[in-house]
Write a protein that binds this ligand. Structure first.
Ligand SMILES: *Cc1c(COP(=O)(O)O)cnc(C)c1O
Length: 370
């Protein structure tokens, strides 16, 4: 007798589609017989600068202790974050990437009796963590591709336990301005958690985008999540953090795996936090590259969604999948976003100048021939 185990999975899990990551360079090299060094990957919003020397040195030093378990409380990194952010260490939760933070808060607070609100075209992890705990996912239609906060506030019911907001949002790059966030937070009942996902906050160079940390003293129901995967350049190591009231942090800590952040990641994040020059260079490269991509798209007659992140959602004005495939054949990996309800867009990560140029050149060819 055979057993259909998928039918045994929790109903929310049965309805889930797994997260689709950007195609790895090695996979494309295998599939198309290309050389890895000829491939440009602009698909996962990774930092194109490569690792900072200070981070590499910190990892080398940490290797000597590899036989030992990491510091399960992340004392040194929490101390450094506390000093940098002006919060107490009791406000901090470290995660195996900020995805871990999103999952921890959901597992600690949300069950099958609850609803979780997020926006259409928002980060794919929100429905995954929501449905994994059996809660009802409430996706609110977007406005101009961005979060419609008044509509999200109007979607709150007695069953609402948590609301995810990405600012800036991935994959759209859209952002929420200070007055919008303030009006929203003032409307949310104090027993409903608001998770403000600020994975791209280090790339924001304008002061119209709020810093979630500024609102923590006023709102005990606010959790701000941040990551070392993007501007800090540590995507492979998986380290992120949450900033919240001590009670929310306490609840998350109770469901956290004992050693969720490994010692190389802890050492690297500590070094990255102190490497201000790397962050400044990351922002500079991003600013230049964003302009280059926008200019290139304009020259091709293409539209895009204005972005405050390190990526751009480009509107091809037609189905993007064939163009994505044509780019792959030329060794350029970008991200199709049909699974985010955006079949005509491609999301392109801002790379180094020559990577951006290669993408634009190949895109031009693909549009002509496709
Ligand atoms: C990339 C990204 C993250 C970060 O994920 P990590 O687990 O920290 O690597 C979180 N939220 C959004 C919206 C992202 O795009």
């Amino acid at each position: 007798m055979t057993c259909d185990f998928l039918a045994l999975a929790r109903p929310g899990v049965q309805k889930l589609s797994p997260y689709v990551p950007g195609k790895p360079v090695e996979e494309l090299a295998r599939e198309f017989g290309l050389r890895a060094q000829d491939i440009v990957k602009l698909a996962s919003n990774e930092n194109p600068l490569g690792p900072s020397p200070a981070v590499k040195a910190a990892i080398s030093a940490a290797l000597a202790e590899m036989t030992r378990y990491p510091d399960g409380n992340g004392f040194a990194l929490k101390q450094a974050l506390s000093a940098k952010l002006g919060v107490a260490t009791s406000n901090l939760t470290l995660g195996n990437g900020s995805n871990d933070i999103l999952e921890l808060v959901t597992r600690a607070f949300v069950g099958p009796e609850h609803e979780v609100i997020f926006s259409d075209h928002a980060f794919a992890v929100y429905p995954i963590v929501t449905q994994a705990v059996g809660a009802k996912a409430v996706a609110v239609p977007a406005r101009d591709w961005g979060h419609d906060l008044p509509a999200m506030a109007a979607a709150i019911t007695d069953a609402t336990q948590l609301i995810f907001i990405a600012n800036p949002n991935n994959p759209t790059g859209t952002w929420i301005e200070r007055n919008e966030l303030e009006a929203f937070l003032a409307q949310v009942p104090e027993n409903v958690l608001v998770v403000l996902d600020e994975a791209y906050t280090e790339y924001v160079e304008t002061d119209d985008v709020p810093n979630g940390v500024d609102y923590l003293s006023q709102y005990d129901n606010l959790l701000v999540s941040r990551t070392f995967s993007k501007a800090y350049g540590l995507a492979a190591l998986r380290v992120g953090y949450g900033i919240s009231s001590p009670q929310v942090a306490d609840a998350m800590n109770r469901v956290r795996q004992p050693f969720n952040v490994n010692s190389l990641a802890l050492a690297a994040a500590l070094a990255a936090l102190q490497d201000e020059a790397y962050l400044i260079e990351s922002r500079r490269i991003n600013r230049l590259g964003m302009q280059q991509l926008e200019d290139g798209c304009a020259a091709l007659g293409l539209g895009w969604i204005p972005s405050r992140g390190n990526f751009l959602a480009i509107d091809l004005g037609r189905e993007a999948a064939p163009v994505f495939q044509a780019l792959l054949r030329e060794g350029v990996i970008v991200r199709p976003v049909a699974n985010y309800g955006m079949p005509n867009h491609l999301r392109v990560t801002v790379g180094l100048p020559d990577e951006n140029q290669r993408f634009l050149d190949v895109l031009k060819q693909a549009l002509i021939s496709g």
